[in-house]
Ligand binder design. Structure first.
Ligand code: 3PG
Length: 213
């Protein structure tokens, strides 16, 4: 087995029971959002590269909020890996994986949480040395029952399930032996960010941080 996995992403999953998946339309929201998450006890955030503001948002959080570990998510094109690294991302997340994308992301030397939705995808990533994966899209791919079933044949793998998870079902995932943290966008609702309602983000972060005592 090759071991082209760079620094241990398992450490990332220990930072918080929830990995906030943050979509920012305005880079000005980045720092206050990061501070609100931190104030709520969440020390990690994934800023998705889905908006024109995303790289600037990563840059600002990395420079101005050193106490939060900021990563770049929705890395789907090889060139985004370097762009995110240069912006100051501490880790990368991909929704799925191709060989080209894996080469580009591992080439940055950053910890990577690669996405898988099936047993075969998880096995291929395991062959490449990855033992910590994003299970995406979690609810649409069978949810907690599917992940629980994976623990039998693939006991060495740990997952951050993401996609369709919220306050109502997060605990059922976190109870699984192969889940260290869940991902989700519910801590940073679109309307709260548009209204600059960072107090709401802080409250949601507090509730999320309390999911694992
Ligand atoms: C992701 O990119 O990880 C998902 O879009 C987040 O899914 P959610 O919005 O259902 O939490």
């Amino acid at each position: 087995m090759s071991t082209d996995q760079a620094p241990d992403p398992r450490d990332l999953l220990d930072l918080s029971p929830v990995m906030p998946v943050v979509v920012l339309d305005d880079a000005d929201s980045a720092v206050p959002t990061a501070r609100a998450l931190l104030a709520g006890g969440v020390r990690v955030m994934e800023i998705t590269l889905r908006t024109p503001a995303a790289l600037e948002a990563v840059r600002r959080v990395a420079a101005e909020v050193p106490d939060i570990v900021v990563g770049a998510g929705t890395v789907v094109r090889p060139e985004q890996a370097d762009q995110a690294a240069r912006a100051g991302a501490s880790f990368l997340v991909t929704p799925g994986c191709t060989d080209t994308l894996l080469d580009a992301t591992t080439g940055t030397g950053l910890p990577l949480l690669p996405g898988a939705a099936t047993v075969s995808e998880a096995m291929r990533l395991s062959e490449r040395g990855f033992d910590t994966l994003k299970f995406f899209p979690a609810e649409a791919s069978g949810g907690a029952a599917a992940l629980s079933a994976l623990a039998g044949p693939l006991p060495g793998l740990r997952f951050c399930p993401t996609g369709g998870i919220g306050t109502g079902n997060a605990a059922s995932y976190l109870a699984l032996p192969n889940v260290d943290c869940v991902g989700g966008s519910w801590l940073t609702p679109k309307d709260a960010l548009a209204d600059r309602d960072y107090a709401r983000v802080e409250t949601l972060a507090k509730e999320a941080a309390a999911l694992r005592p």
